[in-house]
Design a protein around this ligand. Structure first.
Ligand code: Z5A
Length: 234
């Protein structure tokens, strides 16, 4: 029997950010966290996957270093799940129980898109893993930052230019892989419109931030009050 690992009444709010490489997730999470800290009166926990807890960060280093790639997408998915189990148990669920707002850079939809749609892992296997690993701890809102893969890869390359760092395990994949990813994220948004919102991430950072604030304010009105005539949040 699978025991639910977060109370149904957990008072926190769980928002995930998803999208392809360089879509601007880290940039926008930092901005939304600052806004929520200033205006919601609640504690905000910023985290990421893979990673977010010391053990999960160790698994992250192996995954992004390509250690699991030769074993195929199923083995990679299991490692992402191992990291997620620790992250949920050590960080996300305790924070939600304390009533915090958790902002997470990537979560279940990245497994669906990277290992599933783009990597070829059977969606039924991905769904089964989700059921046993995540259980009832589902995001209240998922912001899918949508950007043409060519633009995202160029942004990611611009960020590492001159640092001596090369592309990581996933950045090094083909343009066709990244195009499948984008299509997969958009398909998830179409399939789960109540949970997901697509944000046009091709605009300048201020415009993207404004769209995200408005979406949070309308989808989770308890977190950010709506103000102004255009529906934007304060
Ligand atoms: N993965 C998986 O396969 N399965 C899973 O289940 C999970 C993950 C959970 C994690 O890598 C990898 O793990 C990821 C999927 C896989 N693939 N990769 N690579 P990561 O965490 O290192 O990388 P990422 O999640 O793709 O994030 P990123 O590359 O750091 O991108 P980002 O956070 O979306 O973007 P950013 O850092 O905010 O911005 C990138 C650059 O663009 C930076 O220089 C910004 O200043 C700039 N930027 C940001 N916004 C803009 C706008 N609006 N205009 C212009 N420039 C901008």
């Amino acid at each position: 029997m699978i025991v639910p690992r977060v109370e149904e009444s957990a008072p926190g709010a769980f928002i995930t950010f998803e999208g392809g490489e360089g879509a601007g997730k880290s940039t926008q999470i930092a901005r939304l966290a600052a806004t929520l800290r200033a205006r919601s009166g609640r504690d905000v926990c910023v985290t990421r996957e893979p990673g977010g807890s010391p053990r999960a960060e160790e698994i992250r280093a192996a995954l992004l270093g390509g250690v699991a790639k030769p074993y195929g997408p199923f083995a990679e998915a299991l490692l992402f799940c191992a990291a997620r189990i620790d992250h949920l148990d050590r960080l996300i669920r305790p924070a939600l129980r304390r009533g915090e707002i958790v902002l997470c850079d990537r979560f279940i939809d990245s497994t669906r898109a990277y290992q599933g749609a783009a990597g070829g892992l059977d969606p039924a296997v991905v769904a089964a893993l989700e059921r046993v690993v995540v259980g009832p701890t589902r995001p209240d809102l998922t912001l899918i930052l949508d950007l043409a893969p060519e633009a995202g890869l160029a942004r990611a390359a611009g960020r590492t230019a001159g640092t001596g760092q090369g592309a990581d395990r996933f950045e090094a994949e083909s343009l066709a892989f990244h195009t499948r990813l984008r299509d997969a994220f958009l398909a998830i948004a179409r399939a789960e419109p109540q949970r997901c919102a697509v944000i046009d991430a091709g605009r300048d950072p201020d415009a993207v931030e404004s769209a995200i604030r408005a979406t949070v304010a309308s989808r989770l009105p308890g977190l950010l009050p709506m103000t102004g005539s255009r529906g934007d949040a304060a």
